[in-house]
Design a protein around this ligand. Structure first.
Ligand SMILES: [Zn+2]
Length: 468
């Protein structure tokens, strides 16, 4: 009997990991880190409940760390099979894992020397060297269409419109001549947004569907993103402040850059220096040029000065080294700093916040989902101080939420995506959502579609053949 175990992203938005077992083979779909409460992040350091040495295959839906960030641990703990992903996901996973290892080394070193960690001897979850074997195991699969992983497992991929390379995956399991179809939504993106394609619902008759529910309880704020962003930039620049945007260098950073560039060209905002601060910082334009099938940006490269590049603001700076990053502290005139991590769980954005949070002239823009227990969530909920590097930093800067810039479908968009399925799945499980979001989406699906729908529970195993 084919079965599936929820090894993560059940009751939480992070740690995506689903173990499929059929015909004496084991396939893991995604291998993300947990982020948020200490109880969740401690799970990253413990061995998986099932020995990774016994896994045969691994497939990725997209590159975000909550879907890939535990790969180095998995390989260190003995996983020796292939890791299948499409070419864009391979490129982005390479960047994200190297960046993450580098930042963890920086963070652990800093915690050790300054002695503020809750651990006696703070260690990175993995080192840069431990990322290398993962990169060697990454094997390309097609961006769209079908792909045989093995005689038991076949994958069909569809563009999920969430980041470059993001996919919804249809897994067809063959066991004893019987086929079972499992649809994994992956993270679902937005409809009618600039840059990325709209999400595509797989035209598959699913026996079982695993659907994300990050924003299962709400829609994003309405309002013109350009206008809202212009208002923040002008307000902050006028009072001589700066803006910090917690985000990774590739993905949401480009959405901001796209709007900033337009606003600059329309002279609706001043041309401020924009710093993208990451050890792996690179010109994202190259990646967007390489993976044109994922988006609809028109690049006009005839201008050598970059004028034809809609992702390039006029005063753009990449900062790679830790020293360059620290030098941004000396910038006292208005600027915009984009730096990871998106939920302020670590990374260089932490030291930018130490610098910028106490000054009421500054602003922090939160655009991504902020999970329970993260510093990003604390800021969102109006915390008066934030614990950074062992000190309580006063939050005097303006905190601005711009959900319009989210890369995740809102509740109505999730329902729209589900409407695209050709037939009701025999059973639907809601994953990748906090309990209130998953429950709210569960009620909405019952009301609208009358489907069998459950909220996934951590470590539960379901029988895919009779699942009910
Ligand atoms: Zn994602």
């Amino acid at each position: 009997m084919p079965k599936l175990t929820f090894l993560g992203a059940a009751g939480t938005v992070t740690g995506s990991k689903y173990l499929v077992e059929a015909a004496n083979k084991r396939l893991l779909l995604d291998c993300g880190i947990f982020q948020g409460t200490p109880e969740l992040s401690d799970r990253n350091y413990k061995p998986l409940p099932v020995d990774p040495k016994s896994f045969h295959y691994l497939v990725l839906t997209h590159a975000h760390l909550d879907h890939t960030g535990l790969l180095p641990r998995l390989v260190k703990d003995g996983y020796s099979g292939p890791i299948f992903a499409n070419p864009a996901t391979i490129d982005l996973t390479t960047l994200l894992l190297k960046d993450s290892a580098h930042l963890q080394e920086e963070d652990a070193e800093r915690a050790r020397t300054k002695g503020y960690s809750r651990h006696a001897n703070p260690q990175p979850l993995y080192t840069s060297e431990e990322v290398d074997p993962v990169l060697r195991a990454l094997k390309p699969m097609p961006r769209s269409g079908g792909f045989d992983i093995s005689p038991e497992f076949h994958i069909d991929s569809y563009d999920a419109g969430h980041i470059l390379g993001s996919s919804s995956l249809v897994l067809t399991i063959t066991e004893n001549g019987k086929k079972t179809v499992v649809v994994f939504s992956g993270d679902i993106g937005r409809y009618n947004q600039p840059i990325l394609n709209d999400p595509t619902t797989p035209p598959a008759n699913a026996d079982v569907l695993l659907c994300e529910s990050t924003y299962g309880d709400r829609d994003h704020e309405t309002g013109d993103p350009a206008e809202l962003l212009a208002a923040v930039v002008n307000r902050v620049a006028k009072r001589g402040g700066s803006i910090v945007i917690p985000a990774f260098a590739i993905g949401r950073a480009q959405t901001f850059m796209y709007y900033l560039r337009q606003l600059e060209d329309q002279q609706r905002i001043p041309q401020l220096p924009v710093y993208v601060d990451s050890p792996m910082a690179l010109s994202a334009t190259e990646l967007y040029l390489k993976y044109r099938e994922d988006h609809d940006i028109e690049f006009n490269r005839e201008d050598d000065d970059g004028k034809g590049d809609p992702l390039d603001v006029h005063k753009f700076h990449l900062t790679r080294t830790a020293d360059e990053s620290k030098q941004i502290n000396n910038v006292k005139t208005p600027c915009i700093i984009i730096s990871a991590s998106g939920m302020v769980t670590g990374g260089r954005v932490m030291h930018h916040l130490v610098q910028r949070l106490p000054d009421p002239r500054n602003a922090v823009i939160l655009a991504g989902f902020q999970a329970q227990g993260t510093r990003g969530r604390a800021l969102q909920e109006g915390a008066k101080t934030l614990r950074l590097f062992g000190q309580e930093v006063p939050v005097n800067a303006e905190i601005v939420e711009l959900g319009q810039f989210s890369a995740h479908a809102g509740k109505s968009e999730l329902l729209r995506w589900l409407t695209g399925l050709p037939a009701p799945p025999r059973q639907t499980y809601l994953v990748h959502g906090e309990p209130s979001a998953a429950q709210s989406l569960q009620s909405a699906i019952r009301d609208k579609f009358k489907w069998n729908v459950s909220v996934a529970r951590y470590l539960d195993t379901i029988d895919l053949s009779t699942s009910s």
